[in-house]
Write a protein that binds this ligand. Structure first.
Ligand code: ADP
Length: 252
């Protein structure tokens, strides 16, 4: 009963996701609205880069591009295609959280070691932005789904780099507390205005759409974090001040 045929054709894994949304929500009208909105959002988000790609390609195909402009056109096509790949990957990650996650094996994961790995994976990106990223803490074992924990920590740390300023810092802390294991990520970036802080975990929600797109954002990163947290019975808190920075904590 999808309203947008595009969803099923391009992205067959969308249906289980919409179904899962149904089960979770008791209020039928609310669900219907959310489905409509999500489905419309997905269509829009997929169509925008596809339209650009086919537009640029068509002009090139028709020989309407001056030879000196070809590198520029190819670059745009490449960028839009990369964008689509990231988007589809994020949608798949999100739908997997609703669907298959039950089948994924839980194992003992050292959250500190995992956070270190994430930090080192993000180092080149941070370096390119002149952002310093560092990690402190101590080994702490948590029984969870490694791949999902990895995605959660990665998304929070990546945002701390992406929404930072040149010369800024990202401090990651992972370890045990009296309340249990915790991963905390603080940045000295642009911050999030109070009225947006609740909503950033919604699918496709961005405080500043063009700002996010410029940085390769899909608007799905934090909803993956939220769903991963739900699955693990973890809590995510946000504490932020515009112009000063943001701290996001995952409490397991
Ligand atoms: P995106 O792909 O746009 O980064 P996310 O779901 O990861 O999507 O985040 C949603 C929005 O929350 C972002 O577009 C950005 O506006 C805001 N945001 C997330 N993390 C931070 C941060 N550390 N500092 C400032 N803004 C942030």
């Amino acid at each position: 009963d999808l309203e947008h045929p595009l969803d099923n054709e391009i992205y067959p894994e969308l249906s289980p996701l919409l179904q899962a949304m149904d089960e979770q929500n008791k209020a039928k009208d609310a669900v219907a609205n959310m489905r409509k909105e999500f489905s419309a959002n997905v269509s829009h988000e997929l169509k925008t880069p596809l339209t650009s790609i086919s537009g640029y390609a068509e002009i090139m195909k028709n020989g309407m591009v001056r030879p000196q402009d070809i590198p520029n056109f190819s670059e745009r096509i490449y960028k839009e295609a990369r964008r689509l790949i990231t988007l589809v990957e994020d949608i798949i990650k999100l739908s997997r959280l609703d669907e298959e996650s039950v089948e994924l094996e839980k194992e003992d994961v050292d959250l500190y070691a995992l956070s270190r790995e994430v930090v080192s994976r993000l180092s080149p990106q941070a370096g390119a932005k002149n952002v310093q990223i560092m990690i402190e803490g101590e080994s702490v074992t948590y029984h969870g789904i490694r791949q999902i924990l990895d995605e959660m920590i990665y998304n929070v740390c990546e945002n701390a780099v992406k929404y930072n300023v040149s010369g800024g810092q990202v401090s990651v802390w992972a370890g045990n507390t009296l309340e249990g294991p915790k991963v905390s990520v603080s940045d000295t970036g642009i911050g999030i205005p109070k009225e947006h802080q609740e909503r950033i975990f919604e699918r496709f929600y961005r405080v500043d759409k063009s700002h996010s797109k410029e940085r390769g954002g899909t608007g799905l990163g934090l909803s993956i974090v939220k769903h991963g947290a739900l699955l693990h019975g973890a809590r995510v808190t946000v504490d932020s001040e515009p112009g000063k920075g943001t701290r996001i904590e995952i409490k397991f």
